[in-house]
Design a protein. Structure first.
Length: 482
């Protein structure tokens, strides 16, 4: 976002206490296309059916970062509440020559209040500045322009309580999946992937401008969603550390990557879906359908050049249809969870140079199952198995017909209540490809948190994880919540 847009964003944020969500929808949508996350859930019944966050401690969208929750709906309804956090993030990428990869400073603010007993609102904003580009010349100018200064409107909506129905209008999170460290049934929320899936979920999710109606019965929750204009995954600019392109071009071939643009046809580029959730004999399960332009870009290819071959890649977002289900069961000290999503007409890159656009359609089934164990001493172990099946696989597709993997997450508070070591290991079962995220969190004072960690990748270039084999990094974070 340029500095003109940033100044306009700050002005809007100062006035947000007296704005209505409808006015925010009308005036701000033209200024901002991307956002960042966090889901507030007001009712115990809703939380039972729609848990927003994974089991990783201190990463949920319900907290401000040090385990402190954002203000609840049970607080005094007559006053306006302000909450949020400021955070400093530093990272050094050490493979090869080594370089500083971020020195990001983030501020996130929420203002919430009530207009009446049945109508409430929230206005959110996010601003970040990364001065690493002032002294680090490793990245291209396009990456600096994209990541040096960035601001956007966070969740900004109007809530209406209509008895068994609840209506939410505006920019919001609609979260249907809850696996540890991975995204499967979470098909609606767009993602900020400029640091892959490494950040906490309260920073990686991007809300959508949407109208949502929820119905609450005795043991049933129904949900209808309409999104007039999609927000897509933010993959950044080519040359960034985590730009997603697991393809190796032949020697002498020049590549040109066009900007990833949000679909803008209001008549055709909508998203819409429905979801039903039930609670039966301790089993929490759901069924859903969702259709939209694919929020994850596929790279359409064209080949030209008379003297030197040149390949141009254009990110595209064709419409897909998704059917899915989730299930969860409390088994005493264990919790079982599983998710499955069937996607129709997803576009997949192929390596054949004689293919017109470098893409072929395939139906895709993705599923994951996991067990979470929590001990009395603050120990937590989570194990997950997942697969992706390309049902119309072609030999030249960049991924195998069946891709399998597993993940293991470990944490404990037995060392000290304020110290929390965590390890997340994600491993491909088809090739030697993996990711290890390790960190130590320290809540060293009220509303203050420090984190020291490392992210390490391994594997071949042609892989979801291996493409970042030269992006291993060490980092710190300091967060103050208010």
């Amino acid at each position: 976002m340029n500095h003109g847009h940033l100044a306009r964003a700050l002005s809007l944020l100062l006035l947000c206490a007296c704005m209505t969500a409808a006015r925010a929808q009308e005036d701000l949508e033209e200024l901002f296309e991307d956002s960042a996350p966090a889901e507030d859930s007001a009712e115990d019944f809703e939380a039972l059916f729609d848990e927003a966050e994974r089991a990783l401690p201190a990463t949920g969208g319900e907290t401000t970062g040090s385990g402190k929750p954002f203000p609840s709906e049970t607080e005094t309804r007559s006053r306006v509440r302000v909450s949020g956090f400021v955070q400093n993030e530093f990272a050094y990428t050490y493979p090869g020559d080594g370089h500083y990869s971020k020195f990001k400073n983030v501020a996130k603010v929420r203002i919430a209040g009530e207009l009446s007993d049945r109508v409430s609102f929230q206005v959110g904003g996010h601003l970040q500045y990364d001065p690493v580009f002032e002294f680090e010349t490793y990245y291209p100018d396009a990456v600096e322009d994209d990541q040096k200064v960035w601001g956007y409107v966070d969740e900004t909506y109007l809530d209406v309580d209509a008895g068994q129905w609840e209506l939410r209008l505006g920019r919001q999170h609609i979260i249907w999946g809850e696996m540890v460290g991975l995204f499967f049934a979470d098909v609606i929320s767009a993602l900020d992937l400029r640091e892959f899936i490494l950040p906490d979920f309260d920073l990686i999710r991007i809300p959508q401008w949407a109208a949502r109606a929820e119905y609450f019965g005795n043991d049933f929750k129904g949900e209808l969603v309409y999104i007039p204009r999609m927000t897509i995954d933010n993959i950044g600019e080519f040359g960034a550390q985590f730009y997603p392109f697991p393809v190796t071009l032949p020697p002498g071939v020049q590549a040109n990557f066009l900007e990833d643009k949000t679909p803008t046809d209001f008549g055709n580029d909508f998203g819409a879906g429905a979801r039903g959730s039930w609670l039966r004999n301790g089993w929490d399960y759901s069924l859903f359908y969702y259709t939209s332009p694919d929020k994850t870009a596929a790279f359409q290819r064209s080949i030209g050049g008379a003297v030197m071959p040149e390949v141009t890649f254009r990110p595209v977002h064709e419409r897909i249809h998704q059917f899915g289900s989730t299930v969860a069961k409390d088994l005493g000290s264990f919790v079982f969870k599983a998710e499955a999503v069937q996607t129709l007409d997803r576009q997949v890159s192929v390596t054949r140079l004689d293919d017109f656009d470098g893409l072929e359609d395939s139906n895709e089934l993705r599923y994951v199952a996991g067990i979470d164990w929590a001990g009395e001493a603050g120990d937590n172990i989570n194990v997950q198995f997942f697969q992706t099946w390309l049902q119309d696989h072609a030999p030249t597709m960049i991924y195998d017909e069946l891709e399998s993997g597993m993940s293991v997450f470990l944490t404990t508070t037995r060392l000290h209540p304020d110290l929390k070591p965590e390890i997340l290991w994600i491993q491909s079962l088809d090739r030697s490809e993996w990711l290890v995220e390790a960190k130590l969190s320290w809540d060293f004072a009220t509303d203050w948190r420090a984190v020291l960690g490392a992210d390490v990748f391994g594997g071949p270039q042609r892989g979801l994880l291996g493409q970042f084999d030269d992006s291993d990094r060490v980092y710190w974070e300091f967060r103050h919540s208010f």
